[in-house]
Design a protein around this ligand. Structure first.
Ligand code: AMP
Ligand code: GLY
Length: 424
């Protein structure tokens, strides 16, 4: 099978790494990829949103399976464009991707199928939103309806903060068209967890639950980022809780989508808030998570491209896959200043160190400069992953490996996985 991966982050590096291990994988391409991916696949300089160019590339290079990583091409209809040319692609159609592409749609959907989520109100009129904000309870959450690269969610503590958030979204259009419609949502307390299912429209296969660390600083302080580290499996998800998540959330989601004539295929990522006995959906994402993928795929005991091909062609019932009885921890190394302003093109050293067995280094925002040196080229630069038989050991291994790597301004959280200790 010739395979095309679309994307350039550490998530796509982890996908490429797992696909590389498959016996059925032939040529592996990545558009546009990064220097880490280039060590295991052929990178082609096509941007993720150049859908027609990607279709043409897949046809010319006899690609048997395309795997889009990020949400933007999925929400823009890459799956529909590929399927119109009879090309097999692992992901949801444009209509199904609206579960992530429009928070108003996902709220409507959850209401219709009685899937537990936070209470929210939707506004297209700034004054109406302000009027509601004057009477609602705080804290609450102001959310841009559309895709905003993870930045369109603002937690507000009082009316004046809500007013400023609504102004930024609706009047100043800080998130572009994504902020024309806004949700004001009840604030949920608890612990977040990320659940992933491979779906074929009817059936699904669950991967290991993971926990992300969204805030930039230790102790979950400071602004939210794309994710500063992860671990899996997340012990907060007990077997009993997982059964409830399946029954109350995953099964009704897939049945609801199919019932609306929009069967969901591809990776379904459900962000949940768990508060004692309460489980509620924070959001749906129509793709794998970053940095969740970096800890989930190393634990997957199965042939990833085969699974994705079966999912894309509606045959997941034929799939056999298991889970390794191991633990993974991922620490993200970020550029100093991220998620605000940061400098780039800092030389990176140590990625080729003689690491212990069980260490994986996935590239995110990296590039080669004119002299061929590896340099920083983004906010989240590298994902350092450790896999072992023991969660504590994986944590220690990951942080020990981090010590080998350096670039000017390197920043990482020192408490990845600390939240899991109380469950162990
Ligand atoms: P979303 O893109 O909707 O998942 O929001 C991004 C992040 O904002 C989530 O992962 C949570 O950390 C936080 N968040 C979103 N909605 C809520 C909510 N209703 N209550 C508390 N935190 C939230
Ligand atoms: N780590 C959260 C996300 O990928 O959206």
């Amino acid at each position: 099978m010739n395979i095309l991966i679309v994307g350039s982050g550490a998530r796509e590096h982890a996908i490429a790494w797992k696909i590389r291990q498959s016996k059925i994988a032939g040529k592996i391409y990545c558009a546009p990829g990064n220097p880490g991916i280039a060590e295991i696949a052929t990178c082609v300089p096509i941007p993720v949103d150049a859908i027609e160019k990607l279709v043409a590339f897949a046809r010319e290079n006899e690609i048997d399976l395309t795997v889009p990583g990020p949400e933007a091409p999925l929400v823009a209809g890459i799956v529909d464009a590929f399927e119109a040319k009879n090309l097999t692609i692992f992901g949801p159609s444009q209509k199904a991707a609206a579960l992530e592409g429009s928070k108003a749609y996902s709220k409507y959907f959850m209401g219709k199928y009685k899937i537990p989520t936070a209470y929210s109100e939707i506004f297209t009129d700034y004054q109406a939103a302000l009027d509601f904000a004057e009477t609602t309870e705080y804290p609450c959450v102001v959310k841009a309806d559309g895709l905003a690269a993870g930045k369109g969610v603002i937690i507000v503590e009082n009316f004046s903060e809500a007013q400023s958030a609504l102004r930024r979204c609706m009047l100043e259009r800080e998130f572009g068209a994504a902020g024309a419609k806004v949700l004001i949502e009840e604030f949920l307390h608890g612990e977040e967890v990320s659940i992933f299912a491979l779906c074929d429209g009817k059936d699904y296969i669950l991967l290991q639950p993971a926990q992300d660390h969204k805030a930039i600083f230790d102790g979950d302080k400071g602004p939210n980022t794309g994710g500063m580290g992860t671990y899996a499996p997340a012990p907060i998800v007990t077997p009993a809780l997982l059964e409830r998540i399946k029954k109350e959330i995953i099964v009704p989601t897939l049945a609801g989508m199919a019932g609306q004539g929009i069967p969901y295929k591809g990776a379904l990522f459900i962000g949940l808030m768990i508060d004692g006995g309460e489980v509620r959906v924070l959001e749906y994402n129509c793709r794998f998570g970053d940095p969740e993928t970096q800890v989930i795929l190393p634990l997957l005991d199965g042939d990833l491209p085969e699974m994705m091909h079966l999912a894309a062609t509606g045959r997941l019932d034929e799939c056999r896959a298991g889970t390794a009885d191991q633990s993974t921890v991922c620490v993200v190394l970020a550029s100093g200043g991220y998620p605000g302003q940061y400098e780039q093109e800092k030389k990176i050293s140590g990625t080729d160190s003689d690491f212990d067995e069980g260490i994986l280094v996935f590239h995110g925002g990296t590039a080669r400069n004119g002299a061929g040196d590896l340099v920083t080229a983004g906010g989240r630069v590298l994902s350092i992953v450790a896999i072992s038989d023991d969660f504590q050991k994986s944590r220690e291994m990951a942080y020990k490996a981090v010590d080998n790597i350096n670039f000017e301004g390197v920043y990482f959280r020192t408490d990845i996985g600390a939240k899991a200790l109380k469950y162990l």
